[in-house]
Ligand binder design. Structure first.
Ligand code: UDX
Ligand code: ADP
Length: 474
């Protein structure tokens, strides 16, 4: 029996659920889409008339929201009502790493998934397709299935089809990634359910890009895709340290190796370490699964990707402190960028958190600027990171937010570029060199600035992955 989807409910109005449903709404005007969330503040922001206040910043998202909101795209806290009327439900809730209990520090916390599954079991009217969108540990579909069919509620008359359809969008380019994905992956058993979900994507994506697999392959592929990407960043970051020691230039090395088709050019930018909600969590998950199956060597292998990432972040704060004569107590340091990458307001696992934390422990006075991150969010991240730190009271620095980069830089000792926001490239670096206190430093952890622009200016300049190219140097 073919299944026709007229009404979609998405549980979770976050960085994945919001943009994904917006793009589906844009391409499927005949389908009604309700995005629901427990967090009423978040829903209020999604419904805000002023599109500047949307809870997620993504280039191009506001235009789609403007076009579809109120027509076939709705944001609501009425979870019961919208689960009841849905033919298809996306589960797009958060699955962070467990903080306590069995698997703490490695396994994903599935309590939000479980809660969603219980709500679906209770309220869905039957013959409902359930789609896992969140990144999940392999075999989560079994858990969902067990819960939705559990007999202590009235679900025994209901019929559910569970599919895995992981989201591969990257923040900052989410709309483009959703509009033009490399592939759409659908894992599942029931052909009709797979066809129903495929039909939604076929409204704007070519058939050959829609891949179907069994459900476990689909769940695992998402973890592995992220693990491979993260591994690539740790690899290039490890090379950045070699470049600094040997006199090579990471930009040139990345370019030279990227020309090899087998290696490819993407994801070869050295930086302060990867952040974001997925990479660390997914690798921890992979380590957990590997250990569970007795594959200790596999677990150790992936652990190394995380070890390198932590090392890279710490290495940068150490370099900054060392270059500033080993002490930054009471020095004025301007931090440019706090989000984990450019074009997003997301700060989850941002390397900026640990770098700022280390500078604060050393007593630095930080002035932080980010074009899109809410200062309240920066405050929450820094407070959380400092709370767990016993050294905090030994040498307490301070942090402030600034909207005026030039004012903040007046008499500053150092400026650190932590996120690759393009606007930092266009600052007047000559003027900056003149208003800072001497000897002044630029630390470019993203290799964002054009060295030609800076080399002619009288300022100390450190950039990631760049060593002394003098042939006499040894
Ligand atoms: C990632 C995956 O790319 C995406 O497919 C998945 O759905 C979710 O996780 P995201 O975390 O949003 O997406 O961003 P991504 O572009 O992958 O960047 C992750 C981190 O790696 C960022 O901190 C970024 O700055 C860093 N990075 C990325 C580098 O340091 N160098 C690079 O060359 C690329
Ligand atoms: P992601 O990056 O995966 O989208 P987010 O944390 O941005 O993660 O979004 C997940 C959203 O899911 C949050 O807004 C959270 O409030 C919501 N959520 C979690 N559990 C439930 C639930 N049982 N019902 C409705 N919404 C939920």
């Amino acid at each position: 029996m073919s299944l026709k989807v007229k009404n979609i409910c998405c549980i979770g109005a976050g960085y994945v659920g919001g943009p994904t449903m917006a793009v589906i709404a844009k391409h499927c005007p005949k389908i009604q889409i309700n995005v629901v969330d427990l967090n009423s503040e978040r829903i209020k922001k999604w419904n805000d008339k002023n599109l500047e206040n949307l809870p997620v910043f993504e280039p191009g998202l506001d235009e789609i929201i403007k076009k579809c909101r109120g027509l076939n795209l709705h944001f609501s806290t009425d979870i019961k009502k919208h689960i009841e009327s849905a033919d298809l439900i996306f589960i797009s809730v958060n699955t962070p790493t467990k903080k306590t209990g069995v698997g703490a520090g490695f396994a994903s916390d599935l309590k939000w998934i479980e809660k969603s599954a219980r709500e679906i079991s209770k309220y869905a009217s039957g013959n409902t397709i359930i789609v896992e969108k969140s990144t999940l540990p392999v075999k989560t579909a079994s858990t969902i299935k067990e819960i939705v069919y559990s007999s202590n509620n009235s679900s025994h008359n209901k019929n559910f089809h569970i599919l895995s359809n992981p989201e591969f969008l990257a923040e900052g380019t989410a709309i483009n990634d959703l509009e033009n994905p490399d592939r759409v992956l659908i894992g599942g058993e029931n052909k009709n359910a797979i066809e129903a979900l495929s039909n939604i994507y076929l409204n704007w994506i070519k058939e050959e890009k829609i891949l179907t697999t069994n459900i476990w392959s689909s769940e695992l592929s998402k973890l592995i895709a992220n693990a491979f990407l993260a591994q690539r960043i740790s690899s290039i970051n490890s090379v950045s340290a070699i470049c600094e020691s040997t006199g090579a230039d990471i930009k040139e090395v990345s370019m030279a190796i990227g020309y090899d088709k087998r290696i490819g050019r993407d994801f070869l930018d050295a930086g302060p370490g990867f952040g974001g909600s997925c990479f660390k969590k997914d690798i921890l998950n992979l380590i957990y699964i590997s250990k569970h199956y007795g594959l200790d060597e596999v677990a150790n292998y992936w652990q190394q990707v995380l070890t390198m990432n932590n090392w890279q972040t710490r290495r940068i704060s150490r370099i900054i402190i060392e270059k500033l004569f080993g002490t930054i107590a009471d020095k004025k340091i301007v931090v440019l960028g706090f989000s984990f990458k450019a074009n997003t307001n997301d700060t989850r696992e941002s390397p900026a958190i640990n770098i700022c934390q280390e500078l604060l422990i050393e007593g630095g006075n930080l002035f932080i600027y980010d074009p899109k991150v809410d200062p309240l969010q920066i405050d929450i991240e820094l407070r959380e990171s400092m709370q767990g730190n016993n050294e905090y009271h030994i040498n307490e620095g301070s942090w402030n937010f600034t909207n005026d980069i030039y004012e903040a830089l007046t008499n500053a000792d150092a400026v650190i570029i932590l996120t690759e926001w393009q606007e930092f490239k266009n600052l007047n670096w000559l003027k900056i060199s003149q208003i800072m206190r001497r000897p002044a430093w630029i630390f470019d952890t993203r290799y964002l600035l054009n060295p030609k622009d800076i080399n002619s200016i009288d300022i100390n300049y450190w950039r990631i992955g760049y060593g002394n190219t003098n042939l006499d140097h040894n």
